[in-house]
Ligand binder design. Structure first.
Ligand SMILES: [Zn+2]
Length: 506
């Protein structure tokens, strides 16, 4: 079949078969794992999935190539190139290319994406992307008549419909697994989810819904420092019972409390949004920093991360701005967030202060590059970006060192607050989501919350209080939305949106 002159129908069929063979190992890996293929029903389902996939892709490839041979070839080359990279990520990190993963990709900056770069990725791109593309470019396609085109299209459509209806008994199974199947089928995963992502983003971000005005109730000087963790899972904190001592400093700190908590989502943009909003919703409500800034609270946002909803405050400092006034080796790590923070707080003339530190310390895959070398407590560590190449132990060692570094950062925040005796203060540490470290063969995060393993959503929620000015309620379980109401309560801010049930302070 690999000759140089092909009719459109043969060309589309050949590419549909190639697309099936080259990029669907993960798709059918999932199917074989979740279907009893030794039973008759299971075997039929698998055969039908193969046929539907072949016919559906044939139909689309045929359609585009008939309409314009140039456009058809161009789209197919693009598709095969993207497929090769997508399959690399699926095979290497166990991700699926669904809408939230598309969101992660578009919210990843160059520095982060370059840490994914590896020889294996180049090999995938050349062998699975460039080589088939060269063939697509070289092959000569022979035009077909409209009559043949109409007949072929109608037949393939009818055939697909028959197969779909013949499989009615399997609809439930397909529906239940549609997220995963859709996220592994090439090129549908990204060509459907990219437009979906932009449509939803546009809907959500049109304009934030303003909350009713708030009033400051008293003149007490108080500070809340909210530290937003990145990919920190509670399981690896010794404060939560982890056998390795990842919290050497915090475990010695007085007035420190931990709560069991879960995140709303398993990816940064949704997790951070949930920490900052008064309720978990798909809408974009005015977020905590914007709301308090508008209502006369001093708000400081410092970040080495990204992915937060739009912020409209005066004191916003990103990594570059913070680095510019920082000297020394540690400025390359999250400690840069604390650079000059005390001075900035003391310079404020306001009684109520909210500081938000958006960290990036436990972000994979290069865990071992997220802390200064003196924090390499657990050895040996994984230095590869291909997580499945490292032993589980090396990987967890590197991750645990990021928790030790987080322990140090939080202790420094507490030390700073202790020195500002004229303020009542509290520090909250809440992570945006958890992280998989090879359990169930999954890495990183981003699996839809309904399917995600607990490692990806069980997060630390740590509270430190300066003094006995405030006490904590005995909460059994917290969500990220507790942050909003608790900060309002601690700072003495009255608002119609305030919900006492979501407040952690007595
Ligand atoms: Zn994150």
């Amino acid at each position: 079949m690999l000759k140089n002159n092909l009719k459109i129908s043969y060309f589309a069929l050949l590419l549909s078969i190639l697309n099936f063979l080259l990029y669907h190992y993960p798709f059918f890996g999932f199917v074989f794992k979740n279907v009893d293929y030794q039973s008759l029903g299971g075997a039929i389902l698998i055969v039908c999935l193969v046929i539907i996939m072949l016919v559906a892709n044939f139909f689309v490839f045929f359609l585009f190539t008939y309409l314009s041979r140039f456009v058809g070839k161009f789209l197919l080359v693009l598709t095969f190139l993207i497929n090769s990279v997508a399959v690399y990520f699926i095979n290497t990190y166990g991700v699926i290319i669904d809408e939230s993963m598309i969101g992660n990709i578009f919210n990843t900056n160059y520095e982060e994406s370059s840490s994914f770069f590896s020889v294996k990725l180049v090999l995938y791109f050349i062998i699975l992307g460039v080589l088939p593309s060269l063939y697509i470019i070289r092959v000569k396609i022979i035009k077909t008549t409209f009559k043949k085109f109409a007949l072929t299209s109608a037949l393939s459509l009818a055939f697909m419909l028959i197969l779909v209806f013949a499989n009615a008994s399997n609809w439930l199974w397909i529906d239940k697994n549609s997220k995963t199947l859709g996220g592994l089928a090439m090129p549908w995963s990204y060509s459907v989810n990219i437009p979906l992502y932009f449509i939803h983003k546009h809907q959500e971000n049109e304009k934030e819904i303003l909350l009713p005005d708030a009033t400051i109730k008293d003149n007490e000087k108080s500070i809340v420092i909210l530290v937003i963790g990145e990919s920190a899972r509670s399981q690896n904190f010794s404060l939560y019972g982890y056998p390795k001592n990842t919290n050497p400093l915090l475990s010695q700190t007085k007035n420190l409390h931990t709560f069991n908590a879960t995140s709303c989502a398993t990816y940064t943009t949704a997790g951070v949004k949930c920490i900052l909003e008064h309720t978990n919703s798909n809408k974009l409500y005015e977020i905590l920093p914007n709301y308090l800034f508008r209502n006369d609270v001093e708000v400081i946002w410092r970040t080495t991360n990204w992915g937060q909803p739009p912020i409209h405050i005066k004191n916003y400092l990103d990594k570059e701005a913070l680095k510019a006034s920082c000297e020394g080796e540690d400025c390359a790590y999250d400690e840069v967030l604390l650079q000059g923070l005390k001075e900035q707080i003391l310079a404020s003339k306001k009684n109520k202060i909210l500081v938000i530190l958006h960290t990036s310390t436990s972000h994979g895959p290069s865990y071992s590059k997220k802390y200064p070398s003196r924090f390499e407590i657990f050895k040996p560590v994984c230095n590869s970006v291909e997580l499945s190449k490292c032993s589980q132990e090396e990987l967890i060692n590197a991750y645990d060192n990021t928790i030790v570094y987080t322990d140090y950062l939080l202790s420094k925040v507490i030390e700073d607050l202790k020195q500002m005796k004229e303020y009542h203060s509290t520090m909250l540490f809440v992570s945006d989501h958890g992280e998989s470290l090879g359990e169930k063969n999954l890495y990183m995060h981003g699996i839809p919350i309904s399917l995600a393993p607990k490692e990806q959503y069980e997060i630390p929620f740590i509270v430190w209080l300066l003094d006995d000015y405030r006490q904590l309620k005995p909460n059994a379980h917290l969500t990220q939305n507790h942050v909003f109401h608790s900060v309002l309560n601690f700072l003495g801010i009255q608002s119609p949106i305030y919900n006492e049930e979501m407040n952690i302070f007595k």
